[in-house]
Design a protein around this ligand. Structure first.
Ligand code: PEP
Length: 252
């Protein structure tokens, strides 16, 4: 047994207008108002952050953004700074999601800068790593994860990482309906925790929460959460529906 508190996060990606986001958030807070033992976070699109914050601020549901740029301000058209999302009510920010790596050219180096910027602005990063199908088939999973984790966290101290959340998201399982088996996910989570222990020590390795992401749904969350190194989930598609997401949150 460990004393890591389960953390379940919803990544709403590029879905929902402001009104839709507020409605879903309000329904969700009602459905999970009796949940005491799980941390819940939702990450709506930037445009809805402020209004969703207003809608959930009296509840225990927390707010996150899906990305940031690392600079404080400046001539960076289209970008959003850590201070801006914090001022909209965010406490978390997803960094290095595979869709950003795949479609927007994010690299381990830019991910590293974004994690640094998040921490410097008192935001907790939800740092995503994961291998593609080709990499898994080529038996390269652990090499890839080793590289992503070491480069993403290069230059950090154990103290920097106290609030960091790690998310293992096999790219082949995101939005595909294919879920890693609980044994496959557990094997990787154990590997990541060992790597953190080697790099930053036992204390952080024992306390860091490692989420699984990739086609999580009400039907598979229980099995995933029964694994000793799986501390929660990063949920995409199924988090868009408040009822379905609440079912996942109430997996016990
Ligand atoms: C995600 O967006 O991080 C994700 C895991 O998506 P899905 O649950 O839809 O696979």
């Amino acid at each position: 047994m460990n004393n890591r508190r389960p953390f379940i996060a919803g990544n709403w990606k590029m879905y929902k207008t402001c009104a839709e986001a507020v409605e879903t958030a309000k329904t969700l807070t009602g459905l999970v108002s009796d949940v005491k033992n799980v941390d819940v976070m939702i990450a709506p699109p930037f445009t809805a952050l402020s209004q969703v914050h207003e809608a959930i601020k009296e509840s225990s549901v927390m707010l996150g953004a899906q990305n940031i740029f690392w600079e404080k301000e400046g001539a960076y058209t289209g970008e959003i700074s850590p201070g801006m999302i914090a001022s909209a009510g965010c406490r978390y920010v997803i960094i290095g999601h595979s869709e950003r790596r795949q479609f927007f050219g994010e690299t381990d180096l830019s991910v590293n800068k974004k994690i640094r910027a998040a921490i410097n602005n008192s935001l907790a990063p939800v740092f995503c790593v994961g291998e593609t199908e080709k990499e898994r088939d080529g038996k390269d999973t652990f090499n890839i994860l080793d590289k992503q984790l070491k480069m993403g966290l290069e230059g950090f101290s154990p103290g920097d990482l106290e609030r960091m959340i790690l998310a293992y998201e096999p790219v082949w399982a995101i939005g595909t309906g294919k879920t890693a088996t609980s044994a496959q996910a557990q094997e990787v989570h154990r590997f990541l925790r060992n790597l953190i222990e080697n790099l930053f020590g036992k204390k952080i390795a024992g306390s860091v929460r490692i989420l699984y992401g990739g086609s999580v749904k009400p039907e598979n969350i229980g099995e995933l959460m029964s694994m000793p190194d799986i501390d929660g989930a990063l949920v995409g598609g199924a988090s868009l529906n408040a009822e379905k997401f609440a079912e996942i949150i109430k997996y016990k």
